[in-house]
Ligand binder design. Structure first.
Ligand code: GTP
Length: 372
């Protein structure tokens, strides 16, 4: 009888422990399922990201939450700082992304190479000296890290850097399939969004001078006029034309003329505020949009530009010096009538600045005329 009781008790104990293990496994499966679900949602979010800012924001802000990480940074290979420059020009606020890092060469990322020279993820304990580039501002108590190469067609475009306060989170023995899969999706999204942004930028800028083109200003002017109407501030426009540019070309050649265009663009830009916009309208003509500037202050800026061009000769790539001057027409938007179509108001503003420019040319060049 005692034997039967003991056997029953053993069975019951085994049963209990099996139930407990099954409950544990079910909880783990549920947890894994939840992680998978969160990662799928994350994948959809990064695939849908339309801009660089949106994509980087999602990677740096959402990934730590869904992956229960204590830090995530992203290093991008940017040899000539093209990505950084273009994103800056497109208005990306880098201060908002302290975890976004740039490096000049893929070699800076220092990955070990696996078979067929493919960089391998590096997982293990956090070492401040070794991991300084990937984690310039590590959270207090960072213990383990995973540096995961971002690859496109075997080319290293960056590194996704994950960090945890848990020393057991990333160990060299851990399988890397999951994070490599995630990194491959991130790499595709980054490449797509960067090339889209680059195309957007190229479509809106002038290849010779690097300033905006006419298409950009036409669009921006409409946006600014709408905003100026809402917020009741002044928008002014400058039409700038290099004097006797044909003669400059005839004297120093087309290459020399191009050097002059670049230098004049740079001198105009140096006199403007960040919020203003400068575009080459074609040939030797530039248009500037001044935000929150009335006719007086726009005319003052125009005179500074005129003086900065006229006061020092332009040095060409050949070393030759050429003196040039500009004529400038200035006009200010004073039409806050909501029933006037914005496109028409925008065209009228530019036309007004253009006719003031005509007067500046007629009255002797190297001068500023404000349209009243
Ligand atoms: N180097 C260079 N020249 C250009 C470019 N685009 C237009 N031009 C030249 O700019 C000159 C414009 O000359 P015009 O429109 O006659 O005017 P201007 O000689 O500046 O005379 P004013 O405007 O009356 O002072 C022409 O010789 C064009 O060939 C360019 O991209 N590079």
């Amino acid at each position: 009888m005692d034997n039967v009781d003991t056997a029953t008790r053993q069975l019951m104990a085994e049963n209990e422990s099996l139930r407990a293990r099954m409950a544990q496994m079910a909880a783990q499966a549920e947890y894994n399922h939840e992680i998978m679900r969160r990662h799928q949602a994350f994948d959809l979010q990064i695939v849908a990201a339309a801009t660089f800012e949106e994509l980087v924001g999602t990677i740096l802000r959402t990934l730590p939450v869904i992956s229960e990480l204590d830090t995530v940074t992203l290093s991008l290979v940017d040899p000539d700082a093209d990505i950084h420059t273009v994103m800056l020009k497109l208005g990306v606020q880098f201060d908002a992304f302290p975890g976004l890092l740039f490096c000049a060469s893929a070699d800076d990322l220092d990955f070990e190479r696996g078979p067929s020279d493919v960089p391998r993820p590096r997982l293990g304990p956090f070492a401040p000296a070794t991991h300084r580039a990937a984690f310039p501002h590590p959270p207090q108590g960072l213990q383990s890290v995973a540096l995961v190469p971002l690859l496109r067609n075997k080319r290293l475009i960056g590194s996704l850097n994950l960090g945890s306060l848990d020393p057991a989170r990333f160990t060299p023995a851990l399988g890397t399939d999951f994070i490599e899969h995630m990194a491959s999706i991130i790499a595709i999204c980054l490449e797509n969004v960067i090339s889209n942004e680059m195309l957007k930028y190229i479509g809106l800028t002038d290849a010779l001078t690097g300033v905006y083109n006419r298409r950009y200003i036409d669009r921006r002017l409409v946006e600014e006029i709408a905003r100026a109407r809402r917020q009741q501030y002044r928008v002014s426009c400058m039409y700038i034309d290099i004097d006797h540019f044909k003669q400059v070309n005839d004297t120093v050649g087309h290459q020399g003329g191009d050097d002059v265009l670049r230098e004049v663009a740079a001198r105009i830009k140096a006199e403007l505020r960040m919020s203003d916009a400068l575009a080459r309208f074609g040939g030797e003509e530039f248009v500037v949009l001044l935000i929150d500037a009335d006719l007086d202050s726009a005319s003052r800026v125009a005179n500074r530009i005129r003086a900065s061009v006229a006061n020092a000769p332009v040095q060409l790539a050949s070393g030759e010096l050429v003196s040039v001057s500009v004529s400038i027409g200035v006009a200010t938007l004073d039409d806050f009538e909501r029933d006037h179509a914005i496109e028409g108001v925008a065209q009228a503003l530019v036309a007004q600045a253009d006719s003031a420019l005509y007067q500046a040319k007629e009255s002797g060049r190297n001068r500023v005329v404000a349209s009243t």
